[in-house]
Design a protein around this ligand. Structure first.
Ligand code: PDD
Length: 281
C-alpha cells in the first residue's frame, strides 16, 4: 500500500521515521482513526476538530500540512482504492537530535505526520454485529487525560489481552466503581427506552461515533442519560453496546459471564447501528 509521511506518498516499505521520534521514545503523539464506507470518509470534520484539540491540549505543533488533511485522506483512499476500511493518522512532536524529557523547540523540530489506510472489506456488514461481543470488566489504570487521543495504548492493549485470555472480546474499564469506557470504544447500556452512557469529562475519549449515535437516539425513539453507571447496573440492562469508528455500533451480549437481556444482540442496538450506517454515509 501507499502511505503518507511528512509530505510524501511512498510505498509502505520505503517510509521511514527517526529512532529519535518523540512518539517512539515517549509516546508523545496523537492519532485519529476515520472510517471509510463506499470510498467516502465518515465524519472527517469531527475527527479533524478532535485532533486539533488533542494538539492544543498537549502544546504540540501542528504539522505544516494540517490544512491539507482532508485532501491527503482522500488521496490515500483513491491511491489505495479503499471502498471500506479505515485511515489511521498520527502526529508526533517530531524527532529532536537526542532523547530529552524537555519538549523540543518546534522551530527546529517540526511535527511528524503519518497516515496509512487499512482495507477492511465488509466493515459495514460485519457479521460480528449479528452475534454480539463479550466483555469483561477491568480496572481503569490509564492516565488522567483520556480525553486526549494519545498513542499511549499499552494499557488498553493489555486490557484486550486480558479479555482474550478470559475468552471474551474486549474489556470495559472501571474507575472508582463506575465504568469509564471500552479499551478502544465508548460503552453503553439500554434499559427500557433509555440509553445510558458516561458523561464527557477528562476520564473518557469524546467519541465521534458517540456524538453521532446520541444525536440519532431520538430517531430511534430513545432517550439519553449521560451519567455514571456500574457494571452491576449494566448487567441488569436489556441491552448493551459499544461505539467506535472501527465498529460503529456493536452489540454487547455478555458482561463478566452474565448474559445481557436475551444473550443475543438487542433490537434497539441493531436499530441504532442501522440508523448510524444510513445517516452517516
Ligand atoms: N478508538 N474510547 C477510546 C479509548 C478509543 O480509543 C476510541 C476510538 C473511542 C471511540 O471514539 P470514536 O468513536 O471517535 O472512534 C472511545 C479507535 C477506533 C482506535 O483506537 O482504533
Amino acid at each position: 500500500r501507499t502511505v503518507y509521511v511528512n509530505g510524501e506518498y511512498l510505498p509502505e516499505n520505503e517510509a521511514k521515521i527517526s529512532i529519535f521520534d518523540r512518539a517512539f521514545l515517549m509516546a508523545d503523539g496523537v492519532y485519529e482513526v476515520t472510517s471509510v464506507l463506499d470510498g467516502k470518509l465518515i465524519d472527517f470534520e469531527g475527527h479533524r476538530v478532535r485532533l486539533e484539540r488533542s494538539l492544543r491540549e498537549l502544546d504540540m505543533p501542528k504539522p505544516e500540512a494540517f490544512d491539507d488533511l482532508l485532501e491527503i485522506h482522500r488521496e490515500l483512499v483513491r491511491i489505495n482504492d479503499i471502498e471500506e476500511g479505515m485511515i489511521y493518522l498520527q502526529i508526533t512532536r517530531g524527532a529532536p537530535d537526542d532523547r530529552d524529557f524537555v519538549f523540543p523547540d518546534p522551530e527546529t523540530t517540526p511535527a511528524t505526520l503519518v497516515l496509512f489506510t487499512q482495507n477492511k472489506p465488509g466493515l459495514a456488514n460485519n457479521p460480528t454485529a449479528q452475534k454480539g461481543i463479550k466483555v469483561i470488566s477491568i480496572e481503569d489504570a490509564r492516565w488522567g487525560r483520556r480525553d486526549i487521543k494519545t498513542v499511549q495504548l499499552l494499557y488498553p492493549s493489555m486490557g484486550k489481552m486480558m479479555a482474550k485470555k478470559a475468552g471474551a472480546d474486549d474489556a470495559w474499564m472501571v474507575q472508582d466503581g463506575f465504568v469509564t469506557e471500552g479499551t478502544s470504544n465508548n460503552a453503553y447500556f439500554i434499559k427500557g427506552n433509555t440509553i445510558v452512557t458516561r458523561a464527557l469529562s477528562n476520564d473518557i475519549l469524546h467519541g465521534i461515533t458517540r456524538a453521532a449515535v446520541l444525536r440519532f437516539a431520538a430517531e430511534a425513539q430513545m432517550q439519553v442519560e449521560e451519567r455514571n453507571f456500574t457494571i452491576e447496573e449494566a448487567k441488569q440492562a436489556d441491552e448493551a453496546f459499544i461505539t467506535s469508528a472501527s465498529t460503529f455500533v456493536m452489540p454487547v451480549v455478555d458482561i463478566d459471564g452474565t448474559a445481557i437481556g436475551t444473550g443475543k444482540p438487542g433490537n434497539r442496538a441493531l436499530r441504532l447501528r442501522e440508523i448510524y450506517l444510513e445517516e452517516s454515509r
